[in-house]
Design a protein around this ligand. Structure first.
Ligand code: ZN
Length: 167
């Protein structure tokens, strides 16, 4: 495994629509393993392939809604599509490609996806709260959309300072 460089918002690759993954081969597995290591290292909750310069429909999301005492785990999403969504949330969102900036983005409260795993097996997965937000955020990346263009507004310096003070 190896760390990959996370592209930042001025890179044009972040604004391109990604292609479907058709080969579930060792190269894809290497990409996913590298993305996993990169996500953990960056202490993020999600990472999409275009953020490491690969224009393919693959993303990782950290499922943090786990029972007490259990560790969050990473869900690998290949060719994900939204099956259902409901509710609404307006929370502050950030992105590893847009360091230091946060914005309020309208997202569904609950999202159900269908995706393939690294071997091409189809599965369904549901997320609520932060996980639902993350699913939508990563799916946006696969369409070449960065959250700053979706935000109702960006947080002010004061709000950022308050948010950091809470950590
Ligand atoms: Zn992002």
């Amino acid at each position: 495994m190896a760390l990959r460089n996370i592209l930042t918002e001025e890179e044009s690759s972040l604004y391109k629509k990604c292609r479907t993954v058709t080969d579930f081969n060792p190269r894809l597995h290497q990409l996913l393993d590298d993305m996993r290591e990169t996500l953990v290292q960056a202490d993020g909750v999600g990472l999409a392939a275009p953020q490491v310069g690969v224009l393919r429909r693959a993303a990782l999301v950290l499922e943090t809604n786990v029972p007490e005492g259990e560790e969050p785990y990473i869900i690998e999403l290949i060719n994900p599509v939204i099956l259902e969504q409901e509710g609404e949330q307006h929370e502050a969102e950030g992105c590893l490609s847009v360091p230091g900036k946060y914005g309020i983005v309208r997202r569904p409260e609950r999202v159900r996806l269908r995706a393939q795993d690294r071997n091409g097996e189809s599965f369904e997965v549901e997320g609520t709260g932060l996980t639902a937000r993350c699913f939508c955020h990563e799916l946006d990346h696969l369409e070449g959309i960065v959250f700053t263009s979706q935000a109702e507004r960006m947080l002010t310096e004061e709000e950022l300072a308050e948010m950091n003070g809470e950590d």
